[in-house]
Design a binder for this molecule. Structure first.
Ligand code: SAH
Ligand code: SF4
Length: 404
């Protein structure tokens, strides 16, 4: 064990030394392409109202038109102005001239043996993102991306090895949900009763990217997702995961109000600096201080602490005991994530026995400590395995089912 640990530390040091700067990289994506029509997907209600008025909708009618168009797009999944039958034909023709309803395009879809679906989607500029749908017994969770790649360089994460290309726009974030609903065939059929059991019932911002480095677009996309006249997911069914961008955490509570998950992963600054390098900017003490006030502001029940189990690195019984001490006073649950390997990854998954022992110590201290079952591993869809296809060596063609 001593030797194995020594080797791993070396790897950790190297990973940190080669890591990129911790600064983030805001890239503004224009809502209107220079020559193309404005995309209505992803506009807030206020912005939608504004563009409709600019396009000739009388102010008196604008709120009603916003509601109608909003429902067509987000409640009924319509992409064609001609199908918006409660709008007069000349009005629809006018909309067609200035606007579009555009969502990301699925390039490939892989389906795991366990039913998990991984979509590779193409977005504006030809960039690629991955989105994962995870069906469970009583719910279905969509894991969405917020950036192409990531500026942060957590040493155990595949996405972290991809240079950030850009932030996703609001339409590209919310568009992932619309596209998944298309693929699941979940839009209501006119005239038939609404199906109350939703295939896509939860959203987690745990795909590619650090959502709090794209705060405004993530916020607006989640507001659209929660809006009762559209996708209508309750804020309790949305979880945002962050590596610990401390100044944005209280804003998440105030401006989004969704559930929060923290990629914690270590119990000392020494190890966390190496695993989650953003810790050098905001350390464990600063992070915990901010978390103490989160549930009060957002009314969320508990904060999820995500903890990836890396053999011989962060998985000792002492780590478990330290973790319990650290989170004292924070309503929390600890989600243990067995490490998911990726090509060239410098870590090993902890032994099952050690994961159980770790979970047991936390559980006995009074915290829920579920061990996350890896999903979609056979199609590289599990946590931390996502990356744009053009950035990784393509897996054999037989794994990828062209989307039709
Ligand atoms: N950037 C955000 C959200 C995306 S990562 C964040 O870091 O929180 C979603 C979760 O998967 C995080 O907890 C992340 O630490 C974890 N993760 C990353 N790589 C992993 C891997 N190889 N195995 C298991 N979990 C991993
Ligand atoms: Fe980025 Fe999250 Fe991966 Fe860290 S774990 S590199 S923050 S996506």
């Amino acid at each position: 064990m001593g030797r194995a640990k020594f080797d791993l530390r070396n790897i950790l040091t190297e990973a940190t030394q080669t890591s990129k700067a911790l600064t983030h990289n805001f890239v503004t994506v224009p809502r209107k392409s220079p020559n193309g029509p404005t995309n209505l997907v992803g506009l807030t209600r206020v912005d939608l109202r504004e563009v409709l008025i600019e396009n000739g909708t009388p102010e008196k009618q604008a709120n009603m038109r916003v509601s109608q168009i909003w429902q067509w797009i987000y409640e009924k999944g319509v992409r064609d102005f001609d199908q918006m039958t409660n709008l007069a034909k000349p009005y629809r023709e006018n909309l067609k001239k200035s606007f579009q309803i555009s969502v990301p395009e699925i390039i490939t879809k892989n389906v795991s043996e366990d039913g998990t679906r991984k979509y590779l989607m193409r977005i504006n500029g030809g960039h690629e993102i991955e989105t994962v749908y995870i069906p469970e017994e009583n719910r279905g969770t969509l894991c969405i991306s917020s950036q192409v790649g990531c500026t942060l360089t957590c040493s155990f994460c595949h996405t972290g090895t991809q240079r950030l290309v850009r932030n996703l726009s609001t339409s590209e974030i919310v568009g992932q949900i619309l596209v998944a609903r298309d693929d699941l065939g979940e839009w209501p059929i006119q005239g038939l009763p609404k199906n109350e059991t939703r295939l896509l019932s939860n959203v987690v911002l745990m795909g590619m990217g650090e959502p709090l480095y794209n705060f405004e677009n993530v916020r607006d996309a989640m507001k659209i997702t929660m809006d009762p006249e559209g996708i209508s997911l309750s804020r309790r069914r949305i979880t945002l995961s962050t590596s610990g961008v401390v100044p944005e955490i209280s804003k998440t509570a105030e401006e989004i109000g969704c559930q929060l998950a923290i990629s914690f992963h270590a119990t000392t600054d020494e190890i966390r600096n190496k695993l989650v390098p953003i810790n050098k900017k905001w350390n464990i003490a600063q992070l915990l201080e901010t978390l103490k006030s989160y549930p009060k502001v957002s009314n969320s029940e508990r904060i999820t602490f995500e903890y990836v189990m890396l053999k011989g690195v962060n998985d000792s019984d002492d780590d478990a005991r330290r973790l319990v001490q650290l989170i004292k006073g924070i309503p929390a649950k600890i989600n243990l994530i067995p490490f998911n390997e990726w090509p060239g990854s410098p870590f090993e998954r902890s032994d099952w026995k050690q994961i159980k022992s770790f979970a047991d110590i936390i559980y006995k201290a009074g915290y829920a400590s579920p061990i996350r079952t890896p999903r979609g591993e056979d199609i590289m869809a599990a946590c931390g395995q996502l990356k744009s296809a053009s950035e990784k060596k393509r897996k054999s063609k037989k794994d990828a089912v062209p989307y039709t």
